[in-house]
Ligand binder design. Sequence first.
Ligand code: G3H
Ligand code: 13P
Ligand code: ZN
Length: 283
Amino acid sequence: MLASVKNILKEAKDNGYAVGAFNVFNMEEAQAVVRACVKKQTPVIIQITEKTMNYSGDGLIYDVVKAVVDHESATIPIGFHLDHGYSYDTVVRAIEMGLDSVMIDASRSSLPENIAITKRVVEYAHARGVSVQAELGTAPRLGEMDSDPDWDKLMTNPLEAQWLVNETKIDALAVAIGNAHDFFRERSEPDWERLDAIRKLIPDTPIIMHGASDWNDHKVKEAVKRGVVCFNIDTDLRIAFNTVLCQFTHDKCTIIDPRTVMAEAREAVQRVVEKKIDMFRNP
Ligand code: G3H
Ligand code: 13P
Ligand code: ZN
């Protein structure tokens, strides 16, 4: 059943485990995530981005995910969240569509600008019972910057995190401790001491780790021990989905029924989600 993202994060935080937040863009990926969490009997978060809203249409992707959850998830709590809302307008679109949790990502702006837009979003969202995740520091993406960045400049400043949380009253914070999106090479080891310092200063705020597709058991274990309650996963699902599509699109492919391809892609994504869930639940 669709459930409050805020409550899912709180449950995880109170009980010392983490959940996955998985990006989906269509019915098959939503089914893969829901089937995995039903099999594992564990809550998850499904998330979409503005690009996905544009790809499918706001109301349509909402209805697709909701229908999959209604049909397949029974009583397992599944959150539905906007990932990386880059503007106030995008967040409003997502809330109007029905999401009960949104991210405002002003992490590329100055701290005062980040605080100002996040505060505006929180005012709008909280008045409608919607929770808000913000980001401070940068989890880079390919093409955005040099592949060997100065991590000290990118990572979250703990005191600034405390300031942002106090000023904005956000419900969750995405941090940067050397993590990176997609295939961007991460810092050799996450800055664990920094994570400890952040947690100490914002003990009541759930901490979210973006760019976690390439995180192994060791990193996940350390992160959960130090208070991370949610890992964002997109790239590994894309790889699983596209690998199947590519296998079927070679010259000699004789498959005529696209459902054969989509069903295999769906199963491949489900297998990845199951592995991640195991890692996050029992690091
Ligand atoms: O960080 C989020 C995604 O990996 C990027 O997703 O291509 O749907 O914006 P997008
Ligand atoms: P990955 O690119 O590592 O899957 O991270 C996804 C993410 O952070 C979505 O917000
Ligand atoms: Zn992200």
